[in-house]
Design a protein around this ligand. Structure first.
Ligand SMILES: [Zn+2]
Ligand SMILES: [Zn+2]
Length: 131
């Protein structure tokens, strides 16, 4: 992480937790994961820390159909997901796959896309074969 921001200990802890976890976490999961180490940390502080980190584009937030939004560290290369509506499996989608579409939209609409975590819903291959 080469970006320099003033991070309070709660923000730092949330950021480190997301850096260490390889997958999406809800705010409640982040809180649960940190509260043992930081007993004074409450859920609203976790939300405030996440808002701060999202505003600085260090963390992304997405709805992947889990009922609560999920948070993830922003990497240099954006990534996206396919979520199966039947089995709830979350598949990764390379940015290269949607980059062409993004570039096309930006050129056609003179629109600068800031989405770094696209989620598409559908039915996965193994569920299709069950139907
Ligand atoms: Zn993701
Ligand atoms: Zn499926």
């Amino acid at each position: 992480m080469n970006k320099k921001f003033k991070l309070t200990s709660a923000r730092k802890a949330v950021l480190e937790f997301l850096e260490d976890s390889s997958f999406h976490q809800t705010a409640a999961e982040i809180h649960q994961g940190l509260v043992e180490r930081l007993p004074s940390l409450n859920l609203s502080t976790v939300y405030r820390s996440l808002d701060y980190l999202i505003a600085r584009q260090l963390v992304s937030v997405a709805d992947i159909g889990r009922g609560s939004p999920v948070y993830e560290i922003v990497s240099d290369q954006p990534h996206h997901h396919l979520v199966c509506l039947n089995c709830d499996h979350v598949y990764d989608l390379d940015h290269a796959t949607v980059e062409y579409l993004f570039n096309q939209i930006e050129a056609d609409q003179s629109f600068e896309i800031r989405t770094n975590h696209l989620v598409l819903y559908g039915i996965c291959e193994s569920c299709q074969s069950e139907e």
